[in-house]
Write a protein that binds this ligand. Structure first.
Ligand code: PMP
Length: 431
């Protein structure tokens, strides 16, 4: 496959853009290097690079593109909004329409606020939880990514009884000390952390279905126990549903498990591909937010007509009851095909799948938490990634990411993907 134009563009990019990319995961560091492919056009489940190579896309822009690239219904909504003016700095009716849609779809959102990214949404839920409880500490689960605000860029200490360490230069030790990190799916570690720090904890931050060390579902009762123990400690439960909302059902993961958090952060799918975030929850907590309360949060671009229109159109498409069934069917076909192909070539893989999202781990073990995912074979994943790319299959360039299906993938696309995987496993077995 000739990717010479991508190479030219990436050389140029490195002269002007730090690292040549505007988000680090795009630089292929997680797959042993290589030149990132520069895309120029997308349609449905496909995109084309600057050398005119065609790919079947499973990155879906890290989740938002659930309706496929350039869906005509969303494109039309964006065009109409653009013709009417892209930004006013005043309220618009579109914000009410979209807020009502979100509240109807996710009943725990008694009040919402729109922001511009998942990072902002999560960051603000933490501020609001602190304002409401008058406490400062946060508990999070190891390996879960919650955006790039300081407070969530913190690694686990050496056990649940220790506080965190900064995970990025520029995050202060003082900030890291406000974060306690415990393993996902380990309720006794969570209980232990609360026993030590419970009366100082403002909130626990939970990805109800993990998307950031691959797709990992909560064990039975884990979320219910987290809710019970957190509330007993007088702290709040925040769900980060930036990946999970509208990915598995029309609504959110909290509805799949019948559990309500106090606050929820949203992003990705709800923008239909345009920049967006939102947060919301219980009225008495949300009333902490300015202009009603003392917790400040604002945004020049927040609730802008383009993102609102794109988001509304996207959710309208997802209201079709066939959508999630189709994603599940395609996901099942893909999972089965990959497992069969891997077995045929003697490559050990574990596939974690929920409906139209899955992760292929190079291991023979079950993956229940971050430590399990870390132990999977990174080198094999890197080989697999590049072999798949050479066959026109675009995956996320990290063993910790999910493959996301869109409503536009067809059974034929999946079949072609399985054939590519079979080729990749064969090559890997020959090494
Ligand atoms: N939370 C989760 C669970 C995420 O996966 C992400 C992004 N991958 C974020 C928050 C941050 O969202 P954004 O990139 O829109 O800031």
């Amino acid at each position: 496959m000739d990717v010479s134009q991508s190479i030219v563009l990436h050389n140029e990019a490195q002269e002007h853009i730090v690292g040549g990319v505007n988000s680090p995961s795009r630089a292929y560091k997680g797959v042993g290097g290589g030149t990132p492919i520069y895309m120029k056009r997308g349609s449905g489940p496909y995109f084309w690079d600057v050398d005119d190579n065609k790919y079947i896309d499973y990155l879906a822009a890290y989740g938002p593109i659930i309706t496929g690239h350039a869906h005509p219904y969303i494109t039309k909504a964006i065009q109409t909004a653009a013709e009417n003016g892209v930004l006013f700095g005043t309220p618009t009716e579109l914000e009410n329409t979209f807020a009502k849609m979100l509240k109807q779809a996710i009943p725990s959102l008694e009040k919402v606020r729109f922001v511009n990214s998942g990072t902002e949404a999560v960051m603000t839920t933490i501020r609001v939880a602190r304002a409401y409880t008058g406490r400062e500490k946060i508990i999070k689960f190891a390996g879960c990514y919650h955006g790039h605000s300081d407070i969530v860029l913190v690694q686990a200490g050496s056990g649940p009884s220790t506080l965190g360490n900064p995970d990025s230069a520029g995050v202060t030790v003082g900030t890291a000390k406000e974060v306690i990190t415990v393993p996902f799916n380990d309720i006794s570690a969570y209980e232990e952390a609360l026993a030590i720090w419970g009366d100082q904890v403002a909130a626990v931050l939970v990805e109800p279905i993990v998307g950031n060390f691959g797709i990992v579902e909560p064990k039975e009762q884990f979320l219910a126990e987290v809710n019970r123990l957190t509330h007993e400690a007088g702290a709040l439960v925040i769900y980060d549903e930036v990946i999970t909302a509208f990915r598995f059902t029309y609504g959110s993961a909290q509805q799949l498990y019948g559990i309500e958090p106090d606050l929820t952060a949203l992003g990705k799918v709800i923008g239909g591909g345009l920049p967006i975030g939102a947060y919301g929850g219980r009225i008495d907590i949300m009333e902490q937010v300015a202009p009603l309360g003392p917790a400040y949060q604002a945004g020049t671009m927040a609730g802008n007509p383009l993102s609102m229109s794109s988001g509304i159109a996207c959710l309208e498409l997802l209201q079709n009851p066939d959508v999630y069934q189709k994603l599940d069917q395609l996901g099942a076909q893909l999972e089965k095909g990959i497992l069969t192909a891997a077995q045929a070539h003697g490559i050990e893989v574990t596939v974690n799948r929920l409906k139209g999202a899955l992760t292929v781990y190079f291991t023979n073990k079950n993956i229940e938490n971050f430590a399990d995912a870390q132990e999977t074979d990174s080198e094999k994943f890197g080989q697999f990634f590049h072999l798949m790319l050479s066959k026109g299959i675009n995956l996320a360039p990290s063993k910790y990411e999910a493959w996301f299906l869109t409503i536009t993938h067809s059974e034929q696309d999946i079949e072609q993907t399985i054939q590519a995987a079979s080729y990749a496993f064969k090559k890997m077995a020959e090494k």
